[in-house]
Design a binder for this molecule. Sequence first.
Ligand code: NAD
Length: 296
Amino acid sequence: MANIAFIGLGNMGGPMARNLLKAGHAVAVFDLSKPAVEALVGAGASAAESPAKAASAADVVVSMLPAGAHVKSVYAGEGGVIAAAPKGAILIDCSTIDVATAREVVGIAEAAGVNMVDAPVSGGVGGAEAATLTFMVGGSDAAFAKALPILEAMGKTIVHAGGAGNGQAAKICNNMLLGISMIGTCEAFALAEKLGLDAQKLFDISSKSSGQCWSMTTYCPVPGPVPTSPANRDYQPGFATAMMLKDLKLAQEAASKAGAAIPMGNQAASLYALFDGAGKSGVDFSGIINMLRGKM
Ligand code: NAD
């Protein structure tokens, strides 16, 4: 069993750290929020005074933080994890952040002789609680091999996506496609309504035809055809609009730096920004169908 430092104990990090405890690891935790730390100490973790203190005796450091600036300061800032961690440790950042910062921080760690991977997740809070997350991992073969047994205690599907930053690249490419396909699916159902075509009929036909996609068959944005989709519970998330907007902005940033054309991704980002700005940031991202219907 490993000595693990876990930094960032929010909606995702809290249950992920609990699963590491359940797997029998010793977990030292740090978060700026005292109640978040206390909850994990109640579950058997020890509290660390700082990220550096947590990392100094760790075989493994896992983080789950809001954005690139937090990741850079926790790892590479003054009193950061990279300077404190033992040389044989593996650092695993599971936050969703921009590709450029992920590559920069992994580069700083590797230059200091410490292995690091970026390992963003898909699966949300439910997946974090049930230890069924999908991890998309960027980093060297050696770093991936060290991270794998730890990730297996928190997730079900773990894919090595290539070198540093490729985990983040996979995450934003996937979520940009999801944002675009959700808007397309919503437009199809909203058009069907205006044309007098029953939603269930459209679903029965389209889910077996060339318009078929995950946004329709697993996450249908109208109530009825897929009883587990957020549309059946007044669009409670699920996957909140604010999260989708964050990922679309990361895709835009990456595309602009890489010189890639993403006209549909840009359009999706604009529409989700409008929906978010209309006070819907906490609404499931499939709720954008109501904006497209002109009914908010
Ligand atoms: P959250 O806001 O609930 O948790 C973030 C935690 O980080 C908070 O407890 C905060 O106090 C802590 N924190 C912030 N700065 C810190 C610092 N400098 N040092 C220590 N702790 C610090 O967010 P979340 O929903 O847990 O999301 C975390 C990450 O996971 C984000 O990057 C998000 O995009 C990604 N993600 C979230 C979901 C989801 O459904 N919530 C799904 C996939 C990916």
